[in-house]
Write a protein of this length. Sequence first.
Length: 293
Amino acid sequence: MTNDALVKTSVTLLGLGAMGAALARAWLAAGHPLTVWNRTPARAAALAAEGARVADSAAAAVAAHSLVVVCLLDDASVEEVLAGTELEGKDLVNLTTSTPAQARTRAAWARERGARYLDGGVMAVPPMIGVPEAGGYVFYSGSRELFERHRETLGVPAGTTYVGEDAGFAALHDVALLSAMYGMFAGVAHAFALIRKEDIDPASLAPLLADWLVAMAPSVHRTAEQLRTGDYTKGVASNLAMQVAGTPTFLSTAEQQGVSPELLGPYFALMRRRLAEGSGEEDLTGVVDLLVR
């Protein structure tokens, strides 16, 4: 660690959008000396009143402290903002949303400029930052030594989960989890659409739906084990053939209720394709292999 029990690590933060401002307030509340910079200076005014030092340029902010955290709009913004700064010897932590490929390229870019690099994927919305009980956390990947050095400081705004030396892994984990979330939202949207024209209060369906999703969630562990072993028939309760046979009922119900099948249709098509190519005794896990090009 670079700090002891009495001295908190100083932090430079570039970017004061909703997430950046939340990060800033969490570090200030915990007593960390903080220097901030934002392209639009007015956004820094409130933080100055709360104890932050406002730099007049990104270069001045980077020069202020060894630990530099970046939370900007996109990867292009990161390159643009840091282009005129001196990164030699800096610990650069990039919390800007990016793709795995962008993160890997940015890590190499930082190393060429003499900086140590960590990439982060924030699994939280701004109101969760600085609120431990909210359960928000950040995936980190890149230099393990750098992560360990600043683990305590990085853990102030949200929990920390290190996922590997490959700088792209934080972004990959981030997008993987969010992709699953959107898949869930798609299923929820279809479920509510089915009852939309009926005399059914959506509020009465909501707890049933939430409980059902929670009950189904542990199936991800079975899928992971099947992918790891290559045995897609292990632990199967309702096999692929049985589930494909049931899909016409879902499509007919949607048609009868006046609901578009466009959310379910592509998944059912993959199920049918896998059945045609593989074993009907499998689980649904084979769909994963169809998606990998």
